[in-house]
Design a protein around this ligand. Structure first.
Ligand code: UD1
Length: 366
């Protein structure tokens, strides 16, 4: 009898993590009966459906439609709806990914029904409990049975927190599996087309993404950042695909935003478009977790507008550096004058993480 496994995704950064594992698990129907569940934490076409299209994912078996809300409301809806699915499906294992509210809500719900949980991307820590994701990471890791880590620092954090060594499996970065796979589909004509569509030239633009509450939910912080970008765009073109949270705030904080430079604010991009642009800018400015990793893979300079990161390997080995509004100008000058560090690709960020996870699960009694 195959083991029934529910794979859970909910928000944009989950989709590139669930895809490689879903596609790999499907190769072993005599061992796994996979069920795909989308909580609906993200629901806009460009935040959700486009990723299923670009990543060759089928329509999920379950879509819970939980939508937006406060953390309490959203997590509670995820738990209530997921519990119904668990009671109907009785899976042998639930697999959760990353650090979003869907990861937290679904892992708690499964564990309360005595269903084993595996966490993919376990062990990352920013040590900043003001980040909702840090709470999600710590709680999920504390209750998960199987912990798949993307880098060795993840193993160390888990061991420090008292997780048993035999529960921890260093498998590498699953998001890089999706990255390598989409790169095979990005040829020169496609790259030329995307650059032309946004009026950009290779290595002569800045790609910006910002959505952390600490940067975009406070009016003064957001306008400081926007004014900085506006001035920078007089020197180098900027493309800023805007997350719904950021867009709501730019529109809601009382005034529209105009710039004299080449400052293009656009809707969120599809995965294939974004990766095409992410591999060839002068640099990236972001507060995302995944983008710190992808730029490290591409050896593209990355400035992360945050006081900390749960992905320190992107700084120690990669091209990433943390910046604040106090030192960002200085760091930008270093990049513009081509004085940035060279990075290298971390261990096991090789496109084979999903295969390693499946091999480990097959060898387990679940
Ligand atoms: C969530 C994750 C964050 C992740 C980010 C990636 C948590 C705690 N946060 O943050 O870790 O980096 O996703 O995008 O899980 N909205 C839409 N359409 C959508 C989704 C959201 O318009 O499809 C708007 C809503 O107004 C919503 C707001 O964006 O209130 C924020 O969405 P939410 O899922 O609460 O958090 P994110 O900021 O996206």
């Amino acid at each position: 009898m195959p083991i029934k496994v529910i794979l859970v995704a909910g928000a944009r950064p989950n989709f590139m993590k669930i895809a490689p594992l879903w596609l790999e698990i499907k190769h072993f129907p005599s061992y796994f009966e996979p069920v795909m569940l989308h909580t609906g934490q993200h629901y806009d076409y460009e935040m959700s459906n486009v990723f299923f299209e670009d990543l060759d994912l089928p329509k999920p078996d379950y879509f819970l439609g939980v939508g937006s809300g406060t953390h309490g409301e959203q997590t509670a809806r995820i738990m209530t709806e997921f519990e119904k699915v668990l009671q109907e499906e009785h899976p042998n294992l639930v697999i959760v990914f990353g650090d979003v509210n869907s990861t937290l809500g679904c892992s708690i719900t499964a564990k309360k029904l005595l269903i084993p949980v595996a966490h993919v991307e376990a062990g990352l820590r920013s040590f900043d409990m003001t980040m909702p994701e840090e709470i999600n990471r710590k709680v999920t890791d504390a209750i998960s049975d199987i912990l798949f880590t993307p880098s060795r620092d993840g193993d160390e954090n888990l061991i420090y927190e008292g997780v048993e060594r035999k529960q921890i499996h260093f498998v590498g970065n699953i998001m890089i599996d999706s990255l390598i796979s989409i790169l095979r589909r990005i040829d020169q004509p496609y790259e030329d087309k995307v650059l032309k569509q946004f009026g950009l030239q290779k290595e002569n633009f800045v790609l910006v993404t910002l959505h952390r509450p600490s940067n975009v939910d406070n009016k003064d912080n957001l306008w400081n950042i926007m004014n900085f970008l506006s001035a920078l765009s007089l020197r180098i073109p900027i493309l800023f695909p805007v997350h719904p949270r950021t867009k709501n705030n730019i529109n809601g904080f009382g005034k529209g935003f105009a710039s004299n430079g080449e400052f293009k604010i656009v809707e969120p991009l599809r995965y294939k478009e974004f990766i095409t642009l992410e591999k060839c800018p002068m640099f990236v400015l972001t507060d995302s977790g995944g983008i710190q990793e992808e730029t490290t893979y591409f050896n593209v300079p990355c400035l992360t507008l945050r006081p900390n990161t749960e992905r320190p390997i992107t700084i120690t080995l990669g091209t990433n550096e943390l910046v604040s509004m106090g030192n960002i100008q200085e760091k930008v000058e270093l990049i513009l004058s081509k004085n940035w560090k060279e990075g290298s690709i971390p261990e096991l960020w090789d496109g084979k993480t999903a295969k390693r996870i499946v091999d480990i699960l097959e060898g387990m009694e679940i």
